[in-house]
Design a protein around this ligand. Structure first.
Ligand code: ZN
Ligand code: ZN
Ligand code: ZN
Ligand code: ZN
Ligand code: ZN
Length: 378
């Protein structure tokens, strides 16, 4: 723990007793002195001793540490000329007691290990070896990847890979953004639809006057000005009458198998629907096409214009093709061709500012009957 006597170059055979540690018998290193017996010991030596023998001096007195070292001891130590501990690995330096510690910390001949191959060598050699050692692990500052010097790392390839990765990341972010945008739009649309629906007026023929209820049920139809509209060439029909008629059709074994599907008009839980009388070709009635004659089913506002969102419509003769027309002051503003089916289908119109809806056949021959189960006005 102390300094080997052999490293003292100016001992000249003189006794080193006064500066020798009583524990390790080497030259004292960072010594402390016992106040009672005046013996000195290396710091490490006395610390170890006291761990095993608390408060007892190696000389058997009660150990009490002297505040300061004896002056003579300091003077003797400072006269020493000492060889560096790395003499065997090539250091030729001779140092004073005071400068020894600092020198040995920085000595070029200190043995150190290469961080790559772990080979031990003097610091001086390591400084040259390590920057070239093939085993040293390096880190790429582009991709942060680690690699051994001997394996190399292609910077251009690395940059290209990084670029591709970044592009993929950007693409993913953009896709995500797009999806969120679409989702947002869907939500906005739903909100708008919801808001609009709140303002909509739905006519579904379920609030026909209670006083006429039995009459309608019994007779299957009634004709009056309902919901501020004049319904021409339509009849109100109660589900009981549709069931009755379909039943009759089936019992009579009609050749027209489609004829007993009137009841399909009621599939959306409706009790009442509006049914046209048979819609025949205009030629059969000798009207010149496309005149909107009064024998076609029409719905006319009895107080100003209205905006229509949609109609729910079906037929007993599937694939009938009809034209729905929106008019104002008998001028045709909108027309839409509709293929009717057995099942009630919502046809969105979104027509604004009209005062009449007219229905007629799309082709100059044929015949159909249609059912209107719901009108949605905005
Ligand atoms: Zn010692
Ligand atoms: Zn002592
Ligand atoms: Zn040295
Ligand atoms: Zn190495
Ligand atoms: Zn890289």
């Amino acid at each position: 723990m102390g300094i080997d006597v052999d490293r003292i170059v100016n001992s000249n055979g003189n006794s080193t007793d006064l500066i020798t540690c009583s524990i390790c018998h080497d030259i004292l290193w960072k010594p402390f002195t016992c106040e009672i017996c005046e013996n000195s010991f290396c710091n490490d030596c006395i610390s170890l001793w006291l761990e095993k023998h608390p408060n007892v001096c190696p000389n058997n007195c009660e150990y009490k540490q002297r505040q300061r070292l004896p002056l003579i001891l300091v003077q003797l130590l400072s006269k020493l000329k000492i060889l560096c501990k790395n003499q065997q690995t090539g250091c030729q330096d001779i140092l004073s007691y005071e400068s020894l510690e600092q020198h040995e910390c920085q000595c070029d001949f200190q043995i150190e290990q290469c961080i790559g191959c772990s080979k031990a060598m003097p610091k001086k050699e390591r400084n040259i070896h390590e920057p070239l050692c093939e085993q040293v692990e390096l880190q790429c500052h582009v991709c942060q990847g680690k690699y051994k010097r001997m394996n190399g790392h292609d910077q251009i390839e690395c940059l290209q890979n990084c670029l591709i990765e970044q592009q993929i990341k950007i693409q993913l972010l953009e896709d995500k953004d797009k999806q969120q945008q679409i989702r947002l739009e869907q939500l906005e649309t739903r909100l708008t639809t919801f808001e609009n629906l709140n303002n909509r007026r739905i006519i579904q023929f379920d609030d026909v006057f209670e006083s006429n209820r039995e009459h309608i049920k019994t007779n299957g139809n009634i004709d009056f000005n309902y919901a501020n509209f004049i319904w021409e060439n339509f009849i109100y029909r109660h589900i009981s009458s549709a069931i009755y008629e379909d039943g009759c059709m089936m019992n009579s074994n009609s050749s027209n198998q489609n004829g007993y599907l009137r009841v399909n008009a009621f599939t959306q839980g409706q009790e009442y629907v509006l049914s046209s009388n048979s819609m025949a070709s205009p030629y059969q009635y000798s009207y010149s096409f496309p005149q909107l004659g009064s024998s076609y089913p029409t719905i006319t506002s009895s107080n100003g214009t209205f905006d229509i969102h949609s109609i729910d419509i079906s037929t007993i003769i599937p694939s009938s093709q009809i034209l729905v027309t929106g008019l104002k002051d008998d001028c045709e503003l909108y027309t839409k061709t509709i293929f009717l089916t057995n099942n009630s289908t919502r046809i969105v119109l979104e027509w604004l500012n009209i005062d009449k809806l007219s229905f007629r056949l799309a082709h100059p021959s044929g015949n159909t009957q249609m059912f209107l189960s719901r009108l949605i006005l905005t």
